[in-house]
Design a protein around this ligand. Structure first.
Ligand code: APR
Length: 252
């Protein structure tokens, strides 16, 4: 029996499956990871200048422009077969929860119904001072980037993307739900994450300590590979559809 079948056996018995995904999950949609995306005009800045409260306070138009630029890139892309496979998994397993570090919204776009976005969502907005949620038509900046952000209609403070910046707390309820799902799941699929950013990187260890089978899907070993039960080497867009197809064949 090959390793895929080992995982399919566990999925066939599972009541709850958690898929914990990182930037590698969207790589085959053509979405660069945060650092890869910093190209052209944006490569002169370091991440701390573009994704921190201080960076926004010092240069709001630059940070607002950076996220509009990335939102423009995302708008040209779409979920791939791996995202769709996780949505299809919901028909084959009693419950699936997706915990994602990605802010592109692709899991929901692909049809996943239980998605915990622990680092927020680039298509959502809030104000800087009071976290008031703000509905905005999606602003997309022109190529030069800098664009003054609008102001909150309730308190007048600048509007920012509703994403987690370096040094910020994760949305409290969301991360607690992610921890609860990780400690209750029978199988965790860890897909496309280097396992370097806490506290998201701790979730596979929570799952493992709770007795789940932890399966990593990655094109190369990561910081987590040492701790997982099964390492499936390859791109998410191929491995996840293969797993789901074999599981579906068990049901037919
Ligand atoms: N399929 C599966 N894995 C892939 C693929 C692919 N097609 N392509 C790349 N990977 C893997 C890489 O080998 C790497 O291990 O995806 C991982 C991407 O790692 P990072 O770029 O560090 O992304 P991530 O782990 O999500 O951490 C980035 O910074 O931008 C913030 O909020 C973001 O928490 C996130 C962190």
């Amino acid at each position: 029996m090959d390793e895929l079948d080992t995982v399919v056996d566990a999925l066939a018995e599972a009541q709850l499956v958690v898929a914990a995904t990182g930037a590698g999950m969207s790589r085959e949609s053509g979405i660069h990871t945060f650092r890869e995306a910093q190209e052209g005009l944006w490569e002169r800045y370091n991440p701390e200048e573009l994704a921190t409260r201080q960076g926004f306070q010092e240069h709001p138009a630059r940070v607002w422009g950076w996220y509009n630029y990335r939102r423009g890139l995302i708008a040209q892309r779409a979920p791939h077969a791996g995202h769709r496979a996780l949505a299809e998994l919901e028909e084959l397993v009693p419950k699936v929860v997706v915990v994602t570090q990605n802010i592109d919204g692709f899991h929901r776009d692909a049809g996943s119904s239980n998605v915990l976005e622990v680092h927020g969502n680039i298509h959502r907005f809030k104000c800087f001072e009071q976290d008031h949620p703000v509905e905005l038509d999606e602003p997309v900046s022109d190529s030069n980037g800098d664009l003054e952000p609008p102001r909150c209609p309730r308190c007048g403070s600048l509007i920012r993307p509703d994403v987690v910046w370096f040094g910020e707390m994760l949305p409290p309820g969301v991360f607690q739900d992610a921890e609860a799902a990780s400690s209750a799941c029978d199988v965790m699929l860890v897909v496309g994450t280097s396992g370097m950013v806490q506290p998201a990187a701790n979730l596979p260890l929570v799952a493992s300590a709770s007795g789940a089978m932890v399966v990593e899907v990655n094109v190369e070993p990561s910081q987590l590979t040492h701790y997982v039960d099964v390492f499936l080497e390859g791109p998410a867009g191929q491995i996840l559809p293969a797993l789901v197809a074999r599981l579906a064949a068990r049901h037919s």
